[in-house]
Design a protein around this ligand. Structure first.
Ligand code: C2E
Ligand code: MG
Ligand code: MG
Ligand code: MG
Length: 276
């Protein structure tokens, strides 16, 4: 049955890579092979406490080194992975690569966490047990892991999603709502799901002083709301020192972005930001 299912997924459909270069395409098989043939590379981006500048987390981000098209960012292949069922394999790959690389650092510093992006589609009923097994295998505490729920598609069964999130939460993992304030990441998530953290979408942060002050007002309101709900709040997309400083004044807990630190290959990022 698995083979038949696998066969059905292998559609000949080609996925366009970048809009401006429509001749660059890839197929299900390309990505399927990339996951098994080690063409994926783990990148980590540091997340810091705004009040002290201390390192708090690393966010795991995957990169695909395509033999013909070079480095492809996840924006270009995650949606396709979600549509074809490859997201489960991608998530497993990312989880294992992250725990393998970060385990010694997480064990040494209980205040440090790693954050994994989790599409609701990858949250199968087997997932909670798979994560628990991976945590045992790498000797990492569940409390060292943040699961960032990325809402790229409408969730058609929020009750089932909630049940699985409660399960993960009960195991001791933290749950974050990624890209909050944009797309489908709505207030209903905060009402219905066991959430610990809110990540303010970078569209509000990158140009925080633009938009006639509205971006800054919205960021301040999101920080205030998060704290009233006793949630941890992280701003992403900090590209200059003025934004970094202002976010600290607004009481935002943590920040991430090109100004404090770009994503880098895992070993390099660990050495640079967490090495002794
Ligand atoms: P995200 O979780 O919102 O991750 C933040 C993205 O913003 C990353 O892009 C990061 O490289 C980029 N970024 C960080 N700081 C800045 C900044 O200061 N300015 C700007 N302009 N960009 C910044 P990336 O690596 O291309 O990832 C894109 C998205 O793909 C991520 O958004 C995440 O949702 C998703 N993603 C990445 N890896 C995986 C994965 O293994 N599984 C799943 N399901 N999704 C993944
Ligand atoms: Mg994320
Ligand atoms: Mg985000
Ligand atoms: Mg995003």
């Amino acid at each position: 049955a698995y083979a038949a299912c696998e066969q059905a997924r292998r559609s000949p459909e080609r996925y366009a890579l970048a809009q401006e270069r429509p001749q660059r395409t890839f197929t299900y098989d390309d990505l399927h092979d990339a996951i098994s043939a080690n063409q994926l590379e783990l990148y980590l981006q540091p997340i810091f406490a705004l009040a002290t500048g201390e390192l708090r987390k690393f966010e795991a981000l995957s990169r695909w080194h395509h033999p013909r098209w070079g480095a492809i960012r996840p924006d270009q292949f995650v949606a396709m992975a979600e549509q074809t069922g490859l997201i489960e394999a991608l998530t497993r790959w990312n989880l294992n690569a992250t725990l393998r690389m970060c385990a010694p650092y997480l064990r040494r510093d209980p205040g440090l966490k790693c954050a994994i992006n989790l599409s609701p589609i990858a949250l199968t009923s087997a997932f909670p047990e798979q994560v628990a097994a991976a945590l045992r295998m790498w000797g990492v505490a569940a409390s060292s892991v943040v699961l960032e729920i990325t809402e790229t598609a409408f969730v058609d069964n929020p009750v089932a999603l909630m049940r699985k999130l409660v399960q993960l939460h009960d195991l001791g993992m933290k749950v974050a709502i990624d890209d909050f304030g944009s797309g489908y990441s709505s207030l209903a998530y905060l009402r219905d799901f066991p959430v610990d953290e809110l990540k303010i979408d970078m569209s509000f942060v990158r140009d925080m002083f633009g938009n006639e002050g509205r971006n800054e007002l919205l960021v301040a309101s999101m920080v205030d709301m998060a704290h009233r709900l006793e949630l941890h709040v992280v701003a992403e997309g900090i590209e200059n020192s003025a934004v970094w400083t202002r976010l600290g004044e607004l009481g935002c807990d943590c920040g991430q972005g090109y100004y404090p630190g770009r994503p880098a290959p895992a070993a390099e990022a660990l050495e640079r930001y967490a090495g002794e």
